[in-house]
Design a protein around this ligand. Sequence first.
Ligand code: FES
Ligand code: FES
Length: 156
Amino acid sequence: MAVSLSINGDAYTYHGDPLTPLVDVLRNEALLTGTKAVCGEGFCGACMVHLDGKPTVSCLCPVGLVAGLNVTTIESIAAGDVLNPIQQALEDLDAVQCGMCFPGIVMTLTAFLDQNPNADRAALKAALSGNICRCTGYERIIDAALVAMMNTERPE
Ligand code: FES
Ligand code: FES
């Protein structure tokens, strides 16, 4: 069966079982390996992508359910060589350790800060409740999100 969708703005057609998890299509078929498959059960957040702008765990999402939607992955979050504000702040604050969780964290925070540009520390912690990081203790990630908010120009 063919499933047509858009990935990072490009038309894409998957030929295969529509029950295949989206993360497997992204990684194994579209060769976009920035999205990580860690738990495969929906609780770690490493496989987070945006579906029409909404953060969604791609390991629990059959590809057949995203027909006609636009999937955004970590590969398109930067503007060419220019990191997005969250990526830049994470790098500047040296927040990344093993890095396995970070594609998902960037996808979560990018969508969250778009909707909540004045979020406080508590709100950021809550926003990250679906993203497990075993390495960092989160505090520097939240510091980076606050820096990213300060560095993001918003329309008046
Ligand atoms: S791999 Fe999808 S939530 Fe963990
Ligand atoms: S940096 Fe290793 S899991 Fe988050």
